[in-house]
Structures are given as structure tokens and as C-alpha cells.
Design a protein around this ligand. Structure first.
Ligand code: NDP
Ligand code: OAA
Length: 274
């Protein structure tokens, strides 16, 4: 029986809990939530909806008591700031960590620190596919030699509200698709921390942060978040396009991201891993 820890009490955490409620073959041993100080009420509300998932459920507002529960697996579902604040300590404590805010690893110093912490703590840093697909084929094809890896993220204008795109476009007045970013996955992940984590996942699976090309588009003609991945390699060429329904809690996030995190938990308890 798994002791599960989750950092964050927003849309992805909520999707993870509902997916686990539907799919876990047996209850968790315990479920611990780490929230920001002052956000305990939101944490309790999230846990209240996960009644059948674990008999022992606790909300913490500091890392130390959270880690004292010795979770077998911790899911970061909170954002780049949370990766910077907690990931190294979680891994050093020997706790396996699933990071969904993959774009935080565009900072090479942080990426190095997390790799070292995982090694020294005897823990694993797990990067889920999140809202994108094709990561399995890309990561496998890398060994054959990659010729091109590019990612295009298209979202409705409201998904770009509160980001740098707001200063580059009149988001409310768009009548046709507008590209507002073209560049490396490193710059995309850094400049759009709530919208370009999948660009970082593609980069880490394939050609790296600097060689992976990214285009970001605000499109008033779509209702779903579209992710397009184009790969050319010596072994296989492919183009994949996903249309993700936005999370009700956060239009920047595709619902599929939370299900992908839940899958990492299910693979920890299932006799067959897929
Ligand atoms: N890999 C992928 O495909 C994707 C990755 N993401 C990543 O996932 C993150 C979460 O997405 P989503 O759930 O939709 O976002 P939400 O804004 O719905 O939820 C984020 C939650 O995390 C909390 N939080 C933020 N910082 C901390 C912290 N330092 N300690 C504890 N809690 C914290 C927030 O609290 P508060 O309200 O107090 O800020 C909020 O409850 C995104 O920011 C992004 O980095 C998102 C989409 C796809
Ligand atoms: O959920 C999505 O559509 C993708 C996303 O926000 C991200 O990669 O950060």
C-alpha cells in the first residue's frame, strides 16, 4: 500500500485525485498534501472529496512535517516555484518525485542539483508526459539520431491571459491566430512557466532545450489546447497533434496533464507497467 504525497491543491491535484479514485485497485495507505501557509482550507476541501482514497489524510503547510510522513512517492502539482522550493529536499530525503512543472528544469543549475539530489538520496525524479504525447517514440528514437524536433502550442486567447503574451498581443481583440513566440524550448519554458512545460518535456526526451524549436500561438478559433509535435529522426518520422480539453480550474492547463500524473501512480502499484 502506497503512502502518497502531493504538493499543490489546484486543478492538476484535483484531476489526479479523481483519476485515482476511479482507477486505484486498493486504497492508499496515506495521503498527505503540502499547501502554502494560509491555504490549508483549500487543502482540506480537496481531501474531503477524496474520502475513499485513504483512511489517513493530512494537510501540511511546511515541508518538514510533510516529509516526516515518509511518502513513497511525491507528486509536484504546483508550479515552477514549488520545484525550486521543494524538489531537491524531497529527493535528498530519498522520496521518489514526479515533477509536472518540467519547465523548471530549463534552469541548468537546478536541473544539475536535482540530478545530484536524486543520486545521493537514492531516489528517482520522474517526468511524466503531461499534456503531450509521443514522448515514448521520441525518447526511443533519440539513440538513432534526431534531425528535427519542433513543438507548436496553440491555445485559446484566455489561456494566455496573465502571461508575457498579454504584452505582445491584444488577446481580447484577436480575430485570427497569432504567433507570439518562436524560439528554443529553453526560452519558451522560462518565459511561459504555466504554458510551456510540455516544450521542456519534449526537449528532455529528445534534442535538448536549445535544439528543440517551439512556436506558441493564441488562436481565437479554437476551444481546446492543441499540441503538435513534429519529429524527424534516422529511425522514425512522426507528427502528432493532440486536442486537450482545458481544465475547469485553470484554462492554461489541459485536463490530460493530471491524468498523465495519475498514471505514474497507477504504474507504481500495478503488476504490469504500461
Ligand atoms: N507537464 C505538463 O503537461 C503541464 C504542467 N503544468 C504545470 O503544473 C502546474 C500546476 O498546474 P494547475 O494545477 O493547473 O495549476 P493551479 O493554479 O490550478 O494549481 C496550482 C496549485 O499549486 C499551489 N502552489 C503553487 N506554489 C506552491 C508552493 N510553493 N507550495 C505549495 N503549493 C503551491 C497553488 O496554490 P496558490 O493558489 O496558493 O498559488 C495551487 O493550489 C503549472 O503551474 C505548471 O507548472 C501545467 C500544465 C501542463
Ligand atoms: O496543459 C497544457 O496544455 C500544457 C501546459 O500548460 C504546459 O505545458 O505547461
Amino acid at each position: 500500500m502506497l503512502r502518497l504525497g502531493i504538493i499543490g491543491a489546484g486543478g492538476i491535484a484535483s484531476t489526479v485525485l479523481s483519476a485515482l479514485s476511479a482507477e486505484l485497485p486498493a486504497p492508499l495507505r496515506s495521503l498527505d498534501l503540502l499547501v502554502r501557509p494560509g491555504r490549508e482550507v483549500e487543502g482540506e476541501a480537496l481531501l474531503a472529496g477524496a474520502g475513499g482514497l485513504a483512511a489517513e489524510r493530512r494537510v501540511h503547510a511546511a515541508l518538514e512535517p510533510f516529509l516526516a510522513q515518509a511518502p513513497d512517492l511525491v507528486l509536484e502539482c504546483a508550479g515552477h516555484g514549488a520545484v525550486r522550493a521543494y524538489a531537491e529536499a524531497v529527493l535528498r530525503a530519498g522520496r521518489d518525485l514526479v515533477v509536472v512543472s518540467v519547465g523548471a528544469l530549463a534552469d541548468p543549475a537546478l536541473h544539475d542539483r536535482l540530478r545530484a539530489a536524486a543520486r545521493e538520496g537514492g531516489a528517482r525524479l520522474v517526468l511524466p508526459a503531461g499534456a503531450i504525447g509521443g514522448i515514448d517514440v521520441l525518447a526511443a528514437a533519440r539513440a538513432s539520431g534526431l534531425e528535427e524536433v519542433s513543438y507548436i502550442g496553440r491555445k485559446p486567447p484566455r489561456a494566455w491571459a496573465g502571461t508575457r503574451a498579454e504584452g505582445l498581443l491584444d488577446l481580447g481583440g484577436l480575430t485570427e491566430p497569432a504567433t507570439f513566440f518562436e524560439g528554443s524550448a529553453r526560452d519558451a519554458a522560462r518565459d511561459y512557466p504555466q504554458n510551456a512545460n510540455v516544450a521542456a518535456t519534449v526537449a528532455l526526451a529528445g534534442a535538448g532545450f536549445d535544439a528543440t524549436r517551439v512556436r506558441l500561438v493564441a488562436d481565437p478559433g479554437i476551444a481546446r489546447n492543441q499540441h503538435e509535435l513534429v519529429v524527424r529522426s534516422a529511425a522514425v518520422n512522426f507528427t502528432i497533434r493532440l486536442e486537450g480539453r482545458p481544465s475547469a480550474a485553470n484554462p492554461k492547463t489541459s485536463l490530460g496533464a493530471g491524468y498523465s500524473v495519475a498514471r505514474e501512480v497507477l504504474n507504481r502499484v500495478a503488476p504490469v507497467v504500461l
